[in-house]
Design a protein around this ligand. Structure first.
Ligand code: SAM
Length: 239
């Protein structure tokens, strides 16, 4: 898949995408990530990309024209249609369902704001949707875009060495993941639960499901309400 990121600091995203699973997805040809700087599409000696807000007040606002020209170049770089997503604290909160949806796209564009944000007219004309990574304000959209790139890259077929691991992650089945343990069995910080070494797959699966249900119930009861619980899950919750 292809992701284009429009940002005043495209190197930032490139750095975030250079390591681990995302880096591997790039190396394996599963993800091609392209950074675009609206400053390269700004006119004049100063290549200005921002100006003061009408109505007064603090900060600067990103100009329409450099962003518009940049998005035009992004579209021209690949014939496939591309949804434009503006990273914004005012957007729909990102969740795993949305990540899955994006991971299935052939191509999309992430637009990163800076300063007070982007001239509203550019957003109205060019943006298909707004996505937020949480109810707090970052100084720029780059970190938010890097979050999307990471979450989407690890879902590309072949990005993870064991595809099963993504399926078992938190939120995939609506619940939080179960706890994990590795060697040594005995440690001054505690002992690995006996069931995990029993070799009894049915018992292990049941224990894991119970742990998932239990921690979701304790930590994120809102998810339990929404998760599609089976009658067996309900019985486990009542134990
Ligand atoms: N004035 C804007 C507001 O209050 O809605 C915030 C502007 S913020 C300082 C600058 C840029 O950071 C935004 O244009 C957006 O691209 C990005 N940003 C900030 N918080 C974000 C969040 N929670 N999720 C996604 N992007 C965010």
């Amino acid at each position: 898949m292809r992701i284009d990121v429009v940002s005043l600091f495209p190197e930032f995203i490139a750095q975030c995408a250079a390591f681990g699973v995302v880096g591997r997805a790039g190396e394996r040809g599963l993800l091609s990530l392209h950074g675009w700087n609206p400053r390269d599409h700004a006119e004049g000696n100063y290549r200005r990309v921002d100006d003061r807000p009408f109505g007064g007040g603090p900060g600067m606002v990103m100009l329409i024209d450099p962003l518009r020209a940049c998005l035009r170049a992004v579209r021209a770089a690949d014939p496939r249609p591309a949804r434009v997503i503006y990273m914004s604290p005012q957007g729909r909160p990102l969740d795993q369902a949305k990540v899955r949806e994006l991971a299935a796209c052939e191509r999309f564009v992430l637009l990163c704001g800076r300063y007070e944000g982007v001239d509203e007219r550019l957003l109205q004309a060019e943006v298909d949707e707004e996505l937020s990574i949480g109810d707090y304000v970052l100084s720029g959209g780059e970190l938010a875009a890097a979050v999307v790139v990471d979450a989407v890259a690890r879902l590309q077929d072949g990005a993870l060495n064991d595809a099963e691991s993504a399926v078992q992650d938190s939120f995939e089945d609506g619940l939080l993941d179960c706890p994990h343990y590795t060697r040594p069995v005995e440690h001054e910080l505690g002992t690995v639960p006996e069931v995990l070494m029993s070799g009894n797959h049915a018992r292990i699966a049941r224990w894991r499901r119970m742990q998932s249900l239990g921690r979701t119930w304790l930590r994120r009861p809102d998810l339990v309400d929404e998760a599609a619980l089976t009658p067996a899950d309900r019985a486990l919750l009542e134990e």
